[in-house]
Design a binder for this molecule. Structure first.
Ligand code: ARG
Ligand code: ZN
Length: 474
């Protein structure tokens, strides 16, 4: 779901209603592909992102995911019904969802039960009646069993990670299909609702706003509503024993912070600075892009990283001030503006890291220039392996190494020096405004930087993004 595609889909739906014919195949004699003649084919099994070749699918555009489930940490058993609303973007006789979760008991499309098959992470559905381009359709997938983690090319884990009191749920870059059938690529954003039932005493924390929380017969049901478009990798419904604090920031944004009681003291400084961080970033980047904020601070020592889950960043141990600033900055850069391809990861990590440097300076710590110069950044020897990878294409093993983070932030600082503060902050604000709740790639960023600065930046970006080696002149 993107704004332009949504508009197209809405028009197509109107056109269908006007002709009054939903799924009437054309006359048998018509030439294949003649105007108005449906040509039903299978949607592509991938969006073609080379870092994760099985990710995403073609032929439809998801509008909304609704997941209703129960989870018992004692048995690790999940019982789930996922309802996916989508619009066909071609005449479809087959389509795939990405799903690595437990056993599927049934799949229906528009209420009709269907045979389905599974092949690796592909859940292959053959809808009958077939679907016409522009048609809105609803898929219901029922499944139950024990979901688990996914291991990434860099050896880290994500997906559904059981903890000692629940589950730590993260999905960048490919973990969400561990527990939810999706079109798993950042280019198909959608809205989400999670209805999670967990043993009384535990809390299930999702993206967006809490609609209700009700306890009956020893189980509590939480309903979370995420009404702004979200990439699948930013979804969470993390479960555990949490201390919850609900407030409203001075800027008027409702905040829900859930902290594992073991981590409250160690995270207090970072949590207390959330309003100050949001205010600082709003001043630099433009309006906060979502209707709510907060954080989830859980104890999942085998995960070892934090993630910018939309509206509520998640931490797998104590939250530090620097990491909190990084994850909140991602709400603008990464969450609202998401990468078109995973090779564009520097647009996420470089921006969030640069924001973290800026916040450190604002907070009385090292200046951005000092951080740029330091021995973990520009101060690294030209012979260091740090410089031997192309920043605009680090590869799936290095997408979360320090290269996209630190060299990405350095690229932005070098750009700032090149175009001056006025143009630089205009570029950052425009980037957030133009691509709000959507996706964009490196070429879009270069074009925007050239437009806003009035400079030809081809050589500059070539040195910083596309060449190996330590930049010396730019
Ligand atoms: N985007 C996250 C951050 O910078 C890191 C995610 C790492 N994911 C992974 N599977 N290793 O905060
Ligand atoms: Zn990050």
């Amino acid at each position: 779901m993107t704004i332009p595609r949504l508009r197209g889909a809405a028009l197509a739906t109107v056109a269908l209603m006007a002709t009054g014919s939903a799924v009437v195949p054309g006359p048998a004699a018509a030439a294949p592909g003649a105007p108005g003649t449906p040509r039903y084919t299978a949607g592509a099994p991938t969006v073609g992102d080379p870092y994760f070749p099985d990710q995403g699918n073609g032929g439809y555009d998801v509008q909304h995911y609704d997941l209703v489930f129960s989870y018992d940490p004692a048995t690790r058993f999940m019982d789930a019904t996922a309802t996916i609303t989508a619009v066909a973007t071609q005449d479809l006789d087959q389509f795939n969802l990405d799903f690595r979760g437990p056993e599927v008991s049934s799949v229906t499309v528009n209420g009709h039960a269907h045979a389905f098959t599974r092949d690796g992470q592909e859940l292959i559905v053959t809808p009958r009646p077939k679907l016409k381009a522009g048609q809105r359709f609803t898929v219901v997938v029922r499944y139950a069993g024990v979901p688990g983690p996914v291991t990434d090319p860099d050896g880290s884990i994500e997906g559904w990670v059981p903890t000692d009191d629940g589950a730590f749920v993260v999905g960048e870059p490919q973990g969400t299909p561990a527990w939810l059938p999706t079109n798993d690529h950042p280019t198909d954003k959608a809205t989400f609702r999670f209805t999670a039932t967990v043993p009384e005493g535990l809390t299930a924390v999702g993206n967006g706003q809490l609609l209700s929380q009700q306890t009956r017969d020893g189980w509590t049901t939480f309903v979370w509503d995420n009404t702004e478009p979200m990439a699948t990798y930013l979804a969470t419904i993390t479960i555990g024993k949490f201390e919850v604090t609900q407030t409203v920031t001075p800027g008027g944004i409702p905040s829900y912070v859930a902290i594992d009681p073991r981590l409250v003291a160690g995270s207090a400084d970072a949590v207390s600075q959330i309003p100050k961080m949001l205010e600082f970033f709003t001043g630099k980047f433009g309006p906060y892009p979502f209707a709510s904020t907060g954080a989830i601070i859980d104890y999942a020592p085998n995960v070892g990283y934090a993630l910018e889950t939309q509206t509520k960043p998640i931490f797998s141990s104590r939250a530090s001030v620097g990491t909190m600033a990084h994850e909140l900055a991602h709400q603008w850069y990464g969450d609202s503006v998401s990468p078109e391809r995973w090779s564009d990861i520097w647009l996420n990590e470089g921006f969030a890291t640069y924001a973290q440097w800026m916040y450190t300076e604002y907070n009385g710590g090292a200046s951005v220039q000092q951080t740029f110069n330091s021995s973990s950044n520009y101060g690294r020897a030209a012979s260091s392996s740090f410089w031997q990878i192309v920043l605009a294409d680090p590869g799936p093993e290095d997408m979360f190494s320090n290269i996209p983070y630190n060299r990405g932030a350095m690229t932005l600082h070098a750009l700032r020096g090149k175009v001056g503060d006025d143009a630089f902050f205009r570029i950052l604000r425009q980037w957030a405004a133009i691509h709000r709740h959507s996706d964009a790639g490196t070429a879009d960023f270069i074009a925007l930087a050239e437009r806003e600065s009035g400079q030809n930046l081809g050589a500059f970006f070539d040195v910083w993004l596309y060449q190996k080696g330590k930049p010396t002149t730019w």
